[in-house]
Write a protein that binds this ligand. Sequence first.
Ligand code: ADP
Ligand code: MG
Length: 237
Amino acid sequence: MNRYQRLTAAIDVTRTYRLGSEEITALRGVNLTVLPGQFVAIVGRSGSGKTTLLNILAGLDRPTSGDVLFEERSVMAMGERELLEIRRHKLGFVFQSFGLLPLLSALENVELPLRIAGVKARERAVRAREALEIVGLWARARHRPYELSGGEQQRVAIARAIVNNPPLLLADEPTGELDSVNARAIFGLFKEMVQERGISVLAATHDSALLEMADEVKEIRDGVLHDQAAQGLRFRD
Ligand code: ADP
Ligand code: MG
């Protein structure tokens, strides 16, 4: 892939929701580009449109107007099958609440996307181990989620998200349930994965203390995305 090709881009994305007679505009003309190997953070208060934007970039929701490009291809022009292929093979997701299955071990949770993709047992074992090593948790592979701290559970969730080697990781408030030390560790891990493995990360957060680790910071206010670098990191929730 061309190094300068946009990995994903939002082009004039607007999203409105209709609630009875009321219309809510969650995103207003959002333009955003993520390049290969870039760590972009989006900061914004609750209700500012972060989840709506990430869901649209993930192909889980579609814009009311505008478009999303993934590897320069229009997502609006794609059918559900193609979108599903992209979600399965090109994207990893991390959520605030980890989303691990409680009865499975860390290793089994990480393996799950590979099982769904039909990868054979031997290769699953190799790749799941590698993913757990990347997040520094191979030693806890046999533990169930309730035996792990919040920060460790989120690292397992990150291992699960990257086990398919996706070029893009989308993270929606991944540190929302963590203390500041673990929150920094998660953003540090994102930074390391971007630098050492060349994946791209797009992470939404309301914690401005984490932004210095990103290559680029955007702020979303009332559905409008602003460049933030010039004015410094003044956002407070
Ligand atoms: P954030 O993730 O930054 O907290 P969201 O993207 O969840 O913000 O929400 C942005 C705005 O869109 C909010 O005003 C929210 O109430 C509204 N919204 C989100 N999802 C829906 C929905 N399914 N129906 C109606 N309004 C919604
Ligand atoms: Mg949200």
